[in-house]
Design a protein around this ligand. Structure first.
Ligand SMILES: CC(C)(COP(=O)(O)OP(=O)(O)OC[C@H]1O[C@@H](n2cnc3c(N)ncnc32)[C@H](O)[C@@H]1OP(=O)(O)O)[C@@H](O)C(=O)NCCC(=O)NCCS
Length: 363
């Protein structure tokens, strides 16, 4: 039996920060309101594309695995915010890495994209069609924020996380996963115009997130709890057998509700929403990378993960960690910095949504 062990990991968190206090300069809100409702303190905004962020996270994951790009069979990007739909972004990443023999495709299930992608790539390794794969979750979702909607513009941030998975006979990697999609729930989290059809129908694009926060909250807790019950049952585990829980980071209150429902102590839960906000497909790999660098991941641990996103897609997985908890090597690749402030970076976006931010710009 083949398994798909995680042998390398890497992340890219863009250097520009948009704090809650910065946010309050753009929309009517406050650090107190945002933090108490969501657990978010700040978010990172990217000056480069999803593909560039993914490339750097992937370079770091390859170095951590001690693997050459040329040995990778598959580059799989989970993302909702590729810079282009055709050609896909995975082919850009593959070329920039020099992963010459790799197949490359993108997968979109919104915030669950990385977990869905990890499951797909793991199954390909188990089936024997792939031996080594890069599974990336990355989003430049700051570009989709509607600055006229204070109820949603504070929730999201940009970033990328990647893992290398490799065929092994050691029982490790993603042991079980459950992917689902809640029926008739597409409208409560929806980005109309984020695709092709409006070009033909209206001749124009206006991206604005439709969002029913409380509806999503309830469906998310139930959907993830159901998926978790399914994967624990398949592996013959209970919550007590789980050493670490790495959930999607959409709202700390969602995470707390889920942990309470599972009777799972918060000390074993990885929470980094204060640092990154919701980075959608990047959230779980970013959290995993931080858990590793904080020394919270130990060889042989049972790690539970769960996610939800637009669709409403849901999923959960049980990962048995392998032996490696320290990177084999480090990459010295970098992305050149942005010469300006986060307000300079976002100025076109503010203008597009009719927000006057002229006074905040570097003269
Ligand atoms: C978005 C979310 C944090 C809002 O929290 P909430 O407790 O449901 O808050 P509500 O939407 O009920 O809003 C409460 C009040 O705050 C106000 N408000 C909304 N956004 C605000 C902001 N940024 N700052 C200050 N006040 C705000 C509302 O107008 C409302 O005022 P009212 O009571 O006078 O009508 C929460 O619903 C959530 O996290 N939902 C799911 C997250 C999600 O879907 N993420 C993406 C999916 S992966």
């Amino acid at each position: 039996m083949n398994y798909a062990q995680i042998t390398g990991w890497g992340k890219y968190a863009p250097p520009l920060l948009m704090t809650n206090d910065d946010m309050a300069k753009i929309v009517e809100t406050s650090d107190e309101w945002i933090f108490s409702r969501s657990g978010i303190r700040q978010r990172h905004y990217s000056h480069v594309s999803t593909g560039e962020m993914s490339w750097l996270a992937a370079e770091r994951a390859l170095a951590a695995a001690g693997t050459d790009a040329a040995d990778i069979d598959l580059v799989l990007l989970g993302s909702t915010t590729p810079e282009e739909i055709c050609p896909n972004t995975a082919s850009f990443i593959k070329n920039k890495l020099g992963a010459t023999k790799a197949a490359a495709f993108d997968l979109n299930s919104a915030c669950t994209s990385w977990l869905y992608a990890l499951n797909v790539a793991t199954d390909m390794i188990k089936a024997g069609s792939v031996k080594k794969a890069l599974v990336i979750g990355a989003e430049r979702i700051s570009l989709a924020m509607d600055w006229s909607k204070r109820e949603s513009c504070f929730l999201f941030g940009d970033g990328a996380g990647a893992v290398v998975i490799e065929a092994t006979e050691q029982k490790s990697g993603l042991l079980s996963a459950h992917m689902s999609c809640v029926p008739d729930s597409r409208e409560c989290l929806h980005l109309p115009s984020w695709g092709m059809s409006p070009l033909h129908l209206t001749g124009g694009i206006h991206v604005s997130l439709n969002f029913e926060g409380q509806e999503i909250f309830k469906s998310a807790v139930k959907g993830m709890a159901d998926s978790i019950a399914e994967v624990l049952d398949r592996e013959g585990l209970t919550a007590a057998d789980i050493d670490l829980f790495v959930p999607h980071q959409a709202n700390v209150r969602i995470i707390q509700s889920l942990a309470k429902r599972l009777n799972f102590p918060m000390e074993k839960v990885v929470v980094c929403i204060d640092e990154y906000a919701n980075t959608s497909a990047a959230a779980i790999p970013l959290a995993l990378c931080d858990a590793l660098s904080d020394g919270r991941v130990k060889p042989g641990m049972n790690i539970l993960t769960a996610s939800f996103g637009a669709g409403l897609t849901c999923g959960a997985g049980v990962i048995r960690w392998g032996d490696r908890v320290e990177p084999v090597g480090q990459s010295d690749a970098e992305i050149p910095p942005y010469e300006g402030t986060v307000f300079d970076l976002m100025k076109e976006s503010f203008a597009y949504y009719g927000v006057d931010a002229e006074h905040l710009l570097t003269k």
